[in-house]
Design a protein around this ligand. Structure first.
Ligand code: ATP
Length: 259
């Protein structure tokens, strides 16, 4: 992938703008700065390599040169999206999982922000916001996709197993084709952001649905329960050991299957 092949593949989209980098610290940092300076809706930052790729909190996202997709999409929320900003991670998760489906794969969404193939992480999402006072001015949707095997971090550096598209495909698509496969559904799902359909689709694709899971939070607390589904804001609905429904909001929480 290079700038001209990317531009060619994405010419069918009405991008607000496109910035390509051979190497960058973090595409989200670039997109946040661009958004703060007035980037148009649906502007995209893509890099061949990230040297400071970020997960949630201070976690690192591994994006070695020539093998993965690191991209950040800027959305300027309109009136229909504004009441549903917490659904943005679902919008991204559905789009990434649609791209996997289009490649003939069977993805599952590990709430809140990862896409799994065969129980292993193939892609991750990091949504960040540019605020203007109390209002969200722009949303930056960072997406990292492991395309070739070389993009998968060493197993001993991971809390959760990882995989790549190459591990599951006989014929490899170009990375720019995969980006296009993600942007297509992003446009479609975004139009449905205020509908219940987006929650139902997101819920239907959840990994571990109906199974025993544990939610690990930053303060070492572990909440066990059966994964029931989602609330209308995208929070996770668990049935706890006393048969009570507990809602888990986004934040510093990690989902794990119970051993
Ligand atoms: P978890 O996967 O433990 O539930 P998380 O979803 O909160 O955590 P993120 O913060 O989204 O994790 O992503 C960062 C974590 O993902 C890192 O701590 C690392 O373990 C793992 N990771 C980093 N790079 C990759 C990659 N290219 N593919 C898969 N996993 C990765």
């Amino acid at each position: 992938m290079n700038e001209s092949s990317l531009k060619k593949h994405l010419s069918k989209f009405e991008l607000g703008g496109l910035r390509w980098f051979d190497s960058i610290g973090s595409t989200n940092d670039e997109a946040l700065a661009w958004a703060a300076k007035g980037a148009k809706d649906f502007s995209l930052v893509v890099a061949d390599e990230q040297t400071q790729g970020r997960g949630r909190l201070s976690r690192k996202w591994h994006t070695p040169m020539g093998s993965a997709i690191a991209m950040s999409l800027i959305l300027r929320p309109d009136a229909s999206m504004r009441p549903h900003l917490s659904r943005t991670v679902g919008l991204a998760a559905l789009s990434l999982s649609d791209a996997c489906l289009a490649l003939g794969l069977s993805p599952a969404i590990k709430w809140p922000n990862d896409i799994l193939l065969d129980g292993k992480k193939v892609a991750g999402i990091l949504v960040e916001t540019v605020w203007s006072g109390e209002e969200a001015d722009s949303l930056v949707i960072g997406m990292g996709i492991n395309v070739n095997r070389e993009s998968v971090p060493p197993a001993d550096s991971l809390q959760f197993p990882a995989t790549s598209l190459e591990d599951h495909l006989a014929v490899m698509p170009k990375r720019e084709e995969v980006i296009s496969l993600v942007l297509d559904p992003m446009i479609r799902w975004r139009k449905k952001i205020e509908t219940g359909e987006i929650i139902t689709a997101w819920e239907d694709r959840l990994a571990f649905r109906g199974e025993a899971v544990q939610i690990h939070s930053g303060n070492e607390e572990i909440v066990p329960g059966i994964l029931e589904g989602l609330e209308s804001d995208g929070s996770l609905r668990l049935r706890d050991e006393h048969d009570k429904i507990v809602s888990i909001r986004f934040g510093d929480v990690s989902l794990r299957p119970s051993a």
